[in-house]
Design a protein around this ligand. Structure first.
Ligand code: NAD
Length: 375
């Protein structure tokens, strides 16, 4: 059994194997190979390579000889052309937007797992890469925003005067939002938050932040805990309710997402312009369309002194820890379905986790939503 870890795209700082997970794979007598010329920044991984416990190979060789290929970002069409049928490819796949790529996997009879589709169940928590990365993204959003803000976050009472705490407003309180609230609180900011799911109010309060109440009428969530899309009228009500809070905030962090759909546009340019010059907005939904009018992927836009950060790889700002937890997610997934007797990955299609995250297998679509959209 060979597992191959290819190089990520140049802008990616994370990697899907760590020294710690490599040792666990090696204990299972699995052969590991990593693509050549990667700046690994992991002493234990370097040591295992030096000892020849891990092979260094070209991308082509790795793709051709692997039984399992693990990475963060999706493979290219060129890569797929080199992979043998029945190989398993595991990564984030953006399966609802990458219809053609998924179709390519299916046509070539390559099995593919989308890390986005690991279900939100207790048993799957250890494999839940969306959560492991969103948590660190929430942390990084606050750190980046506070670096750009021309103010300190905590209150300071000094002989030279009292500095009042900066105000942080978090819109969308899922995994990333909760960590953003916790981080801003640790730094001493005064924090407010809003989410369309009223159930999060207690979680916000338990972190010492204030929940902003806006009456939107009925809002729904899926059985996985994801928010359902609002109507246009509800979005207008939300914008109206948030206008004043945004204008009074030094930092606004938006994390609002609706699973499988473009992110809702909730901060208008009018709301941006009502903020004080020097304020900072982090649009954490920028790669799925953005919550903020005017935000751009990979850019910091300045609108009349208000900076809008559109960093699409916030977990990549803390690559040691984001790689650590992603590599653990990958190891835990393979371990969960590892058949010791045959030394292979066991495709139990009746298993709830696999039935969800497996996108293609033996020429078929497996995940029900992908199947419905692609067939
Ligand atoms: P997400 O990234 O899909 O969305 C982020 C947040 O944006 C959500 O809280 C959502 O309600 C909110 N949102 C959507 N539209 C909005 C709008 N117009 N205005 C304001 N907020 C809006 O969410 P997520 O972080 O993936 O988490 C979704 C849920 O799943 C949460 O309840 C989380 O606690 C739960 N969860 C459960 C498990 C588990 O049980 N294993 C694991 C992870 C997450």
């Amino acid at each position: 059994m060979n597992i191959f870890f290819p190089k990520e795209q140049d802008s990616e700082t994370r990697f899907s194997l760590t020294g710690e997970t490599a040792q666990k794979f090696l204990k299972k007598n699995i052969n590991l190979s990593i693509q050549e010329n990667i700046n690994l920044q992991d002493a234990l991984l370097e040591k295992l390579i030096e000892e020849n416990s891990i092979n260094i190979v070209s991308r082509e060789e790795g793709l051709k000889s692997a039984n399992i290929i693990c990475n963060l970002n999706k493979l290219s069409f060129d890569d797929i052309a080199k992979i043998n049928p029945d190989t398993l490819a595991i990564s984030f796949l953006d399966p609802f937007n990458e219809k053609q790529l998924i179709e390519e996997f299916r046509k070539k009879s390559i099995s593919s797992i989308s890390m986005e589709l690991i279900p939100r169940t207790t048993r799957a928590q250890k494999m839940d890469a969306l959560s492991s990365q969103a948590n660190l993204a929430g942390y990084s959003a606050v750190i980046i925003a506070s670096n750009l803000l021309e103010k300190a976050l905590p209150m300071m009472m000094t002989a030279a005067g009292t500095i009042s705490p900066s105000k942080v407003f978090v819109v969308g309180v899922g995994v990333a939002g909760l960590q953003a609230i916790a981080t801003a609180k640790r730094l001493g900011a005064r924090v407010e938050a809003f989410d369309t799911r009223p159930v999060v109010e207690d979680q916000v309060k338990s972190l010492g932040a204030r929940f902003i109440k806006i009456d939107l009428g009925e809002t729904e969530e899926t059985n996985q805990g994801y928010a359902k899309a609002l109507t246009e009228e509800q979005i207008k009500k939300q914008q109206e309710g948030m206008k004043k809070v945004c204008a009074n905030s030094d930092i606004v962090i938006t994390t609002a997402q609706v699973f499988g759909r473009p992110a809702p546009k909730i901060i208008t340019s009018e709301m941006v312009q009502a903020m004080q010059p020097g304020s900072v907005i982090v649009d954490m939904a920028v790669s799925s369309g953005g919550n903020v009018e005017g935000s751009q992927m990979g850019e910091i836009i300045d609108i009349k002194g208000v900076k809008i950060i559109g960093n699409s790889n916030l977990p990549g700002e803390v690559p040691t820890h984001s790689s650590q937890v992603y590599a653990n997610n990958i190891y835990n997934l393979i371990d969960e379905f590892w058949d010791e007797e045959t030394s292979s990955f066991k495709y139990d299609l009746n298993d709830e986790i696999l039935a969800n995250c497996l996108v293609t297998h033996r020429g078929n679509y497996i995940n029900a939503s992908v199947k419905e959209r692609n067939e």
